[in-house]
Design a protein around this ligand. Sequence first.
Ligand code: GBH
Length: 473
Amino acid sequence: MPNDYDQNALSTSSALPTFPDDFYWGVAQAAYQIEGSPDADGKGKSIWDTYAHTPGKIKNGDTGDVAVDHYLRYKEDVQLLKNMGAKAYRFSISWPRIFPNGDGELNPKGLDFYSRLVDELLKAGIEPFATLYHWDLPQSLQDRGGWQSRYTCEAFAQYAGCVAKHLSDRVRHFFTINEFQNFVDMGHRGIDIVVQGKPVHIELAPGLKLEQGALNQVAHHAVLAHGMSVQAIRAMGQKGTKVGPAEVMFCGVPVIETPEHVHAAELATRHLNARYLDVMLTGKYSETYLQEAGADAPKFTDEDMRIIASPIDFVGINVYIPKMYVMASDEAPGYREVPMNVSHPKMGSPWHIFAPEVMYWAPRLTHALWKPKEIYITENGCATSDVVSDDGQVYDADRVMYLRSVMSQLQRATAEGVPVKGNFTWSSTDNFEWSAGYGTRFGLIYVDYKTQKRTPKLSAAWFKEAAKRNAVV
Ligand code: GBH
């Protein structure tokens, strides 16, 4: 029988472009979104406990009080990670479990939870990656000025050093702060965007409405806290402990891949990250940023700048959407934003336009602009309208489409030599999606919030196969 193609070649993984051998296929989570048990074992209140309990802030009045009960079910959850073939797990540590007031007395029981979690992960052959700040600031520090106060930076460094001292015998990688740009702007002002022609307003705790000058100072304190914590981790952690930020990189994607548009995308991307990645990696605020900010520029010293630029081992970037598509322009600043069509496709969240090519451009531009030694994609993923079918399965074929698309783009980056060491899909289980509450599901594993029953979705099976073959399947 004549055959157009070789069946065998198609069915073997050798036909697929692979990721580097030591590439980490990981999944990510964050404390407040999954743990529940808000008062267990001496935990203090965080700004998210307060905010979620403020009427009108969260869709359907949801709170993280129970979430997916991970604090009590962590062993089952680690087993699920193992079953889905995850090689790495990025979790966050709740600061008010360790220091209930943010500073002062250490709470050993809080620390013990993460120590047990890490042991469980290692037993399952999963590499732990810990994030120190995923937005749950101790309420006591908020009451003393929160991120508007420089003292919060010092308290953060103390806490980070303490965690490194106790966990770095087993945790080799720490992320300092998650999504500087989002927690600063969404938490201290709120942001407004337009997606498919509809306005979307996004806010996070503590829900402040600061003026630009105060907001820029909060941004400065965030990067300063990062730098101080890097130094504390180096001082208190075991030799060889690796540390870096986990920023939501604001990426300008070239609308067409030509040298001029790529150059325009570089200019745009540097500028869009002036307050965060650019200052952390260059040790200075760009002239453009300082000029634009004028009297609202942050107050800082030379010593601050040296601390902010403390050498790091890797850069983590969360990659969901491009900030904009850009094209070259003859006029200053050398690029311009390409307007978005109302028809541009999107995923489940109101803000989530579908633009998989950002998964190629974000690491490529990070590499081109700042040359960090290593890059991790610390988050990517999507919300879909998952339901349990009559046969008990969750068929999230659209999430599988999304993962295939973005991971193909990432594979291209690694094939071209961009030093991306791993990827963390957001997220392992469904969870508390901040102000969107529980109705927005990002998990590869479905959670029935009434029974806490976990059901791996089709995408978990996809993840397992892709991780096993180290390729997009
Ligand atoms: C990242 O947030 C976070 O690091 C992670 O915790 C989060 O779960 C994930 O990405 C997915 O959002 O849906 O418009 O009603 C990105 C910032 C925070 C923006 C939650 C959207 C919900 C408001 N996102 N926010 S909305």
